[in-house]
Design a protein around this ligand. Sequence first.
Ligand code: COI
Length: 356
Amino acid sequence: MIMDVRVEKAAKNELKPKPDEKSLGFGAFFTDHMFVMSYGNGSWNDPVIKKYQNFSLDPAAMVLHYGQAIFEGLKAYRGKDNQIYMFRPKDNLARMNKSAKRMCMPEIDVDEVFEALKTLIRLEQAWVPTQQGATLYIRPTMIATEAGLGVRPANQYLFFIIMCPVGAYYPEGFNPVKIFVTEKYVRAVPGGVGHVKTAGNYAASIMAAVEAQEAGYTQVLWLDAVKRKYIEEVGTMNIFFVIGDEIITPPISGSILPGITRDSVLRLTRDWGLNVMERRISIDEVFEASRNGSLREVFGTGTAAVISPVGSLNYKKEVCSVNGGETGSLAQRLFDEIQKIQYGHCQSPHDWVVKL
Ligand code: COI
């Protein structure tokens, strides 16, 4: 049964002016409405689409103290036909349930929430950008709202979806980014929550990112916490290497995020008959490949980042330039193909695309 979502539209004079699509940045502008439902007494209640507004939270709300917070990121795209498309939306909602399980939070009904999301996007369709490369970013989030300071799973939660028109995530756009490989900090430990999209993972990554930026780098590449040797991911995306004729990405081992764009790249490259593998890859192997000339490409994948070429890596003060700092041909081909699929410009393989 699909839940009954109440829709309380904002008054016309409360609607916000739309931002200039050429200077959206990422996550700076929010649409007029949001979806909210609350959890208590063992069930999700009172689903409503209402004006985007502040929440009122008890200062003892458990999310503020012990960080039970999970989120997702997905996008809606406006095609050339002016229709709105979504890319693997139920995969994001299903992943959110995996996060919820690990964080002892209640699961959502994927089908019901997807219906509510579609209603929200239809209401906000004027916010889906028309410029190529710009999209409507969708952020489903769940937080623990019960007031209390005992460390245990909360009994009350809020689930909400907010949306914002966005441009490229990195200031570089689709141009290659510079990545700093940190040996000082780690992101996730075996048995921890590295595979979960929980707020604390991002909070813990900020110091390394700040230090990388101070050194002139866009992002941090994380190594495994035990040996500080094997590559894991970049804070905001998964990572791929092209060495010789092999395309390599670290396996889903429990400490990296199982990215939906990562999975799509694996499937597309396999469909194309390329030699792609999920295997452990050490930072030394990458630098050795750079020295012997077999490192051809490095690129990141993510909902926000899409396909993001990496132009150079800095590890222990040694800098390796990748493909002369230029976008490689595989990254370009994947970027073009994924965008074509996401914007509904071609038939989607694997039923990935949903037309609104
Ligand atoms: C995404 O790619 O959607 C993310 O959630 C990464 C980031 C912006 C935190």
